[in-house]
Design a protein around this ligand. Structure first.
Ligand code: SAH
Length: 399
């Protein structure tokens, strides 16, 4: 990246109307927000960005083939090089440590850490990375070098098997970025242990974003019969058993998730309390309600029902249905623990949907807890899509 010094970097000038959004901190520049470009553009290159009035907006990477044409990496005239990435990743780690994270955390949460489209999850000595845009993919070697220097890890794995990369003209791929290592590791969370398969698990292998929320169930599950649906590897359910539930049943449609969940129950010596079965949660919630089965606590943590704005209505219908059925499965005064992980459904829309479900189920609900993702996934105010997880506990009473 000597080029910064010996040749002029391509300059991009923005439209007038986008200035306030970029000036207030948003790092994305769409292709229709650019006024003019001075210099050649090669996809993935670093360019210097100016506001309409000629003031420096910052430096970022460009991809003319992507709808988000530029993502800013800095607001200064600084060099983007290996030490830039080292510095950013060190800062991200220092922030997590300040918040109390020691072993496992989302170390880099993309834009929220000033490293657009980069995800790094730390599972004690192992790291899983995703480079979700061309501009960040180009710096993969520098990012790996920084992780190696800062952490001296036992292994780094790439989980770039995600469709979003194709929007950037990248292929999907996964594999080792260090010498190979056994990819089923064990992590600790809230005094419990969990197997995480970073090669075959969903996303990066484990949902770190719910780690604080799993603790939030600790009082309401004591002595309770608990039903969990969309359990993945059983983290919430095993927490419920650990916190004193009488019985816990977890349902997931994925056979491999259920197998892993049952293994996690054994690992924590809680398999006499918690069991997992592979079933479709939509069927279970519907049929068991009809059969009159009852629980003290129902926990729902479904996948994102939509990845596109065009399907929000369908997603809301899905959320409403499972929450309504979940409420119908509760004994009077039981608790519904419910989540939504898509940023396309806003917190307001999610809460409204739960309210509609309660009305249709003829239940009164009383809010116990309302939270979002854990703080290793920071929410940047002004960047709505960084606020994606909704987590709600309500007490549900007959009307
Ligand atoms: N609660 C988990 C994360 C759940 S992710 C945790 O904290 O780790 C959502 C899960 O829903 C996935 O494991 C997926 O396999 C499952 N799933 C998707 N559709 C389903 C369906 N129709 N019935 C049951 N499970 C489903």
């Amino acid at each position: 990246m000597f080029c910064d010094y010996i040749c002029d970097m391509t300059k991009v000038y923005l439209n007038k109307r986008i200035q306030p959004r970029i000036a207030s901190g948003h790092p994305w520049i769409y292709n229709n927000e650019i006024d003019r470009v001075a210099g050649p553009i090669e996809a993935g290159d670093i360019v210097e960005v100016y506001y309409f009035d000629g003031q420096l907006a910052g430096r970022g990477y460009i991809n003319p083939d992507s709808q988000i044409m530029i993502r800013l990496l800095t607001r200064k005239r600084e060099e983007i090089n290996a030490s830039f990435f080292h510095q950013k990743i060190s800062e991200a780690w220092a922030y997590r440590q300040k918040l109390g994270y020691t072993e496992n955390c989302r170390l880099v949460f993309g834009e929220a850490d000033g490293l657009p489209a980069l995800i790094v999850d730390k599972f004690n000595d192992y790291f899983v990375i995703q480079t979700l845009s061309l501009g960040i993919e180009k710096w993969k070697a520098e990012i790996i070098a920084a992780i190696n220097t800062i952490f001296n890890p036992k292994g780094i794995y790439e989980r770039n098997d995600v469709p979003v990369r194709e929007l950037e003209g990248l292929i999907q791929q996964k594999g080792f970025l260090t010498d190979p290592f056994p990819t089923e590791i064990i992590i600790k969370e809230n005094d419990l242990q969990f197997y995480v398969n970073i090669e075959t698990g969903q996303k990066t292998g484990y949902f770190l974003d719910q780690q604080d929320n799993r603790r939030a169930i600790q009082n309401i599950v004591k002595g309770a019969d608990v039903l969990g649906a969309f359990t993945y590897t059983g983290t919430f359910e095993i927490h419920a058993a650990h916190y004193g539930a009488k019985s816990v049943l977890g349902i997931d449609i994925s056979e491999s998730a259920v197998e892993q969940a049952n293994k996690n129950a054994v690992l924590n010596k809680l398999d006499h309390i918690v069991k997992f079965e592979a079933m479709n949660a939509f069927d279970v919630l519907k049929n068991w309600g009809r059969e009159g089965k009852k629980y003290d606590v129902v926990m729902l943590d479904p996948p994102a029902f939509t990845k596109s704005r065009n399907n929000i209505d369908k997603a809301v219908t899905g959320y409403k249905e499972i929450n309504l059925r979940g409420m119908q499965l509760l004994r009077n005064g039981g608790f519904l623990v419910t989540s939504s992980c898509t940023n396309l459904v806003s917190p307001e829309l999610f809460l409204d949907t739960i309210y509609m479900a309660a009305r249709d189920a003829k239940k009164r609900i009383r809010q116990v807890t309302y939270q979002t993702q854990s703080s290793d996934h920071p929410i940047i105010w002004g960047m709505e899509n960084t606020h994606y997880l909704k987590f709600l506990i309500v007490e549900v009473c007959d009307r």
